[in-house]
Write a protein that binds this ligand. Structure first.
Ligand SMILES: O=C(O)CCC(=O)C(=O)O
Length: 225
């Protein structure tokens, strides 16, 4: 299960104590990824897991991907601050729940903001991967509402899972490719690809301009799954 927070960038270089425990991975080109393995204490993270598993109104929508209808290969729920443009991906517009509906999510949001000083996340996509057949396909989080320099933070609960980042080819289609399972699409040998193992209670955040624009392509240069 994961919480994918999205933001408008607002840099504020105030380091806090927890930042010392983070691992920072340089992706080159001025981009970096921050990984905090023990963002939440183990037991607290399991309490959150149980709450989320039982109290979130999960749905599994039908998407339109490359002209075909398919069931999204994971459960989802969307939470967003008031006044944000609608989120639409692969022909699907999720209902935007309010943060006030889920006070615990607000607590997690506050903790993420403390851990990543200067971040201002204002929307959240929750994903529930029920087993090995559930996944998210390669995508760039380049929906217009995230602006020119999309920033994400992902909080993980439950089984350890792989999170891949790779440089996006200029010819890559904009749409998510949710119909292709990750294992068939990841080449471990390339130095332009990075594999993170996300632990229960961990936090992974992208720094600028990880998913942002490159001078070569006029669309986001990194994709992830
Ligand atoms: O589970 C994750 O960390 C990734 C989810 C994701 O990329 C998304 O919902 O946009």
């Amino acid at each position: 299960m994961s919480l994918m927070l999205k933001a408008n960038p607002n840099p504020n270089p105030n380091p806090n104590e927890n930042a010392k425990k983070t691992q920072i991975v340089d992706l080159g080109n001025g981009s970096s990824v921050v990984y905090v393995p023990k963002f939440l204490a183990y037991d607290v993270a399991w309490e959150f897991f149980n709450y989320l598993d039982n109290h979130i109104p999960w749905t599994r929508p039908t998407l339109r991907v490359f002209g075909r209808s398919c069931l999204q290969p994971r459960d989802t729920c969307y939470v967003a601050s008031a006044g944000l443009p609608d989120l639409i991906y692969s022909g699907y517009q999720p209902h935007a729940h309010s943060w006030d509906d889920f006070p615990l999510l607000k607590d997690i949001l506050d903790a993420v903001h403390k851990m990543l000083p200067g971040s201002t996340f204002n929307s959240l996509l929750l994903n529930r991967y029920k087993g090995g057949n559930d996944y998210v396909g390669w995508h760039s989080d380049d929906e217009k509402l995230y602006g020119a320099t999309p920033e994400i933070a992902s909080v993980s609960f439950g089984c350890e899972r792989d999170f891949f980042l790779k440089k996006k080819s200029c010819k890559s289609p904009q749409e998510r490719s949710d119909e292709k399972p990750p294992s068939k699409r990841f080449k471990k040998s390339s130095q332009d690809q990075h594999n993170f193992t996300l632990k229960h209670g961990s936090l992974l955040g992208t720094g600028y301009p990880c998913l942002a624009q490159t001078p070569i392509c006029d669309h986001p240069c990194m994709m992830h799954q």
